[in-house]
Design a protein around this ligand. Structure first.
Ligand code: CUA
Length: 354
């Protein structure tokens, strides 16, 4: 008898914990969106762009249907636990024996089929609507290529190549400038995911996937690679910098310039070109045309280093050039075994790449 009531208690506990978790996921998702901040928020519950908005609406419908089913089933369960709990003297009598009920069996077969069918229709409509979107004139076209462990970003129409930080303009009522991305991979499978902008889309070797988003609010949107792709998968962060159309156009003009040959840091420049940096990195307007690592032409315009592993400060840049493995163990940039002077000189040169 004691054993049985202990079992009931456990069930009750599990039910309460589950209900509370579901409740907090939904509520806290909303609290975040209510604060109005988008800096650093990576919640699917505070979308600031299509198609993330549409995905949230669909998922809320699914959650609501599931919540109703949960309350009904949980309620019946709770009712049965309390109403038919063990009582003194139960041992003497046998409970009523029920051998099937056509009505109830029909109900619990047909109802779930109908519910699942409705959910299939709603979900398919959302997926089709998102996938069939055609890019309007004025859309920004970019190609994002996943590498272990960084993002190469190309704007073929604008002649820009950059890395890890995707700049796009914000749309407003009159001028719509959504971003349409072609997703490719240079090595293994990755996944592009910026929760406030859109759902996940994989980057698969030898295949081209597509996605789009259309944010209306300027700001920095954070995301991650969402497909395990090796030891530094967690440090394969993506930033989407949404700018006003004017700011974006200015950014494009700056990026289109080849780097101006700085008169300072001549020693560093010499060191950079004497070492094998040039085999992997491109600096437009120079003989450095390597394609293996990120384009460094406008390195200083980026907020972060090493795909979000560290802020782009002079100190971190120095650490990175001296021994990249200290910041990102396993990354494909080797320790070049340079002297302190060489490291200082190269960092001084890199800081001219504005
Ligand atoms: Cu790239 Cu995980």
């Amino acid at each position: 008898m004691r054993l049985r009531s202990y079992g009931n208690q456990k069930t009750l506990q599990a039910v309460i914990v589950f209900a509370f978790s579901l409740f907090s996921i939904i509520i806290f998702g909303h609290v975040e969106s209510a604060s109005g901040k988008n800096e650093g928020v990576t919640s699917i519950f505070s979308p600031l762009s299509q198609p993330a908005q549409e995905i949230k609406e669909t998922s809320f419908l699914v959650l609501a249907v599931c919540a109703i089913i949960f309350v009904i089933v949980g309620g019946l369960l709770l009712y049965s636990i309390v109403r038919f709990r063990h009582r003194e003297g139960d041992e003497a009598t046998e409970p009523a024996q029920v051998y099937g009920s056509n009505q109830i069996e029909l109900a619990w077969t047909v109802l779930p089929i109908l519910i699942v069918f409705v959910l299939i229709l709603v979900t398919s409509r959302t997926i089709a609507d998102i996938q069939d979107r055609r890019s309007p004139p004025g859309a920004v076209q970019a190609t994002v290529i996943g590498h272990q462990w960084w993002w190469e970003i190309r704007y073929p129409e604008l002649g820009i190549v950059t890395a890890n930080e995707l700049h796009i303009p914000a749309s407003n009522g009159d001028t719509r400038r959504p971003a349409f991305l072609k997703l490719q991979s240079a090595d293994v499978a990755h996944s592009f995911w910026v929760p406030q902008l859109a759902g996940k889309t994989d980057l698969i070797p030898n295949r081209e996937n597509r996605m789009w988003f259309e944010p209306t609010k300027p700001g920095t949107y954070l995301g991650n690679c969402a497909e395990y792709c090796g030891t530094q998968h967690a440090r394969m962060l993506i930033r989407v910098v949404v700018q006003t159309p004017e700011e974006f156009d200015r950014w494009v003009r700056d990026q289109q310039q080849a780097t101006s040959v700085a008169t300072t840091a001549a020693d560093g420049r010499k060191s950079f070109f004497a070492n094998s940096c040039v085999n992997c990195h491109t600096i437009r307007g120079t003989s450095a045309q390597g394609k293996f690592g990120p384009d460094l032409t406008h390195l200083m315009g980026r907020e972060m280093l090493a795909a979000g592993a560290a802020p782009n400060t002079a100190e971190n840049l120095r650490l990175w050039v001296r021994d990249p493995q200290r910041i990102k163990l396993g990354c494909l940039m080797p320790n070049m075994q340079m002297t302190d002077t060489e490291v200082d000189q190269i960092v001084a040169y890199l800081q001219t790449l504005k």
